[in-house]
Ligand binder design. Structure first.
Ligand code: PLP
Length: 285
């Protein structure tokens, strides 16, 4: 089951061709996207996702997205969905065809990939892979677009294939100065005592909406939360390490670079806190 809506809010056939061959999103990966979890018809953390879409657009010098139009487009897909209770909603905005100079936008709904359901249930064997830069490069080189959610994910997908060749499920990217960065499609969260930690966006990583929601809930539940640099060597000494993201939710890293990591038994609690934090509030008037 898949659903597709054009940016003007009309539904389109998900099996019919959609993009022009000269769309710069296709030719150069020149565009941005968001992946949003929808549960029982409610898009989770929609506003943080839209804020990040606008942030990515600004980083790529794309026209500021019309967020009201994106909200309508998202709801067109959600309303047309006839699949299961969980749907993955993608918002895509490209620089458009070279010849027209008009951006291309669409929203698509699809089922949750089996691989992510497995990660949620069974956890992850991950390997650390270098991104080949120091963690202070992003501020000095904004043209690298580190921390923008661009369509140029070929490197991220290559890293996942490399991990698979080494028998692992996922990747923790690291910087050449030893800093932990992020996963190819996730944010790294570390537990140490009563503190949850995650690396800062200044290190050139995407600001994670799931990490944001989890830390909001964790703070209420009495955890200290810290956004600060984490050294790769600290991962092996932590009480627990997780990769978190919108569709994966919370997946524990049970093995890192072939070494088993401790299980503090917190994954269920974190997933519960997260689901509660992102639960849409029903208002009665
Ligand atoms: N970092 C990267 C590179 C990602 O691609 C993603 C999500 O796909 C994340 C982090 C996690 O972001 P979110 O929690 O908003 O899904």
């Amino acid at each position: 089951m898949r659903v597709l809506a054009l940016f003007d809010g009309t539904l389109a056939d998900p099996d019919a061709p959609l993009l022009r061959a000269d769309d710069l999103g296709v030719l150069r990966g020149d565009g941005i996207f968001e992946t949003i979890m929808v549960i029982d018809g409610a898009p989770l953390e929609l506003e943080p996702h839209l804020a990040r879409l606008a942030r990515s657009a600004a980083m790529l010098d794309l026209p500021a997205p019309d967020l009201d139009a994106w909200r309508r487009c998202a709801h067109t897909v959600i309303d047309a969905w006839r699949g299961g209770p969980e749907m993955v909603l993608k918002l895509v905005l490209t620089r458009g065809p070279e010849s027209t100079g008009e951006v291309t936008g669409f929203a698509a709904g699809s089922p949750v990939p089996e691989s992510l359901l497995t990660q949620r249930r069974d956890g992850i064997a991950a390997v650390t892979l270098t991104r080949g830069i120091t963690s202070d490069v992003p501020g000095q080189a904004p043209w690298l677009l580190l921390g923008a959610k661009t369509l140029s994910y070929a490197v991220n997908m290559a890293a996942l294939r490399h991990a698979a060749q080494r028998g692992a499920d996922d990747v923790v990217f690291t910087a050449t100065n030893g800093a932990v960065l992020e996963g190819p499609t996730s944010t790294v969260v570390v537990a140490q005592g009563s503190t949850l930690r995650t690396p800062p966006v200044e290190n050139g990583i995407l600001p994670g909406t799931t990490q944001g929601a989890l830390f909001r809930a964790a703070a209420v539940a009495g955890w200290q939360t810290r956004v600060e640099p984490i050294a790769t060597a600290e991962l092996a000494r932590a009480d627990g390490v997780w990769l978190v993201s919108s569709v994966r939710l919370v997946a524990r890293v049970h093995t890192l670079d072939g070494r088993e990591l401790p299980d503090p038994g917190l994954t269920g609690e974190f997933e519960g806190m997260l689901r509660e934090a992102v639960r849409p509030v029903t208002r009665f008037s």
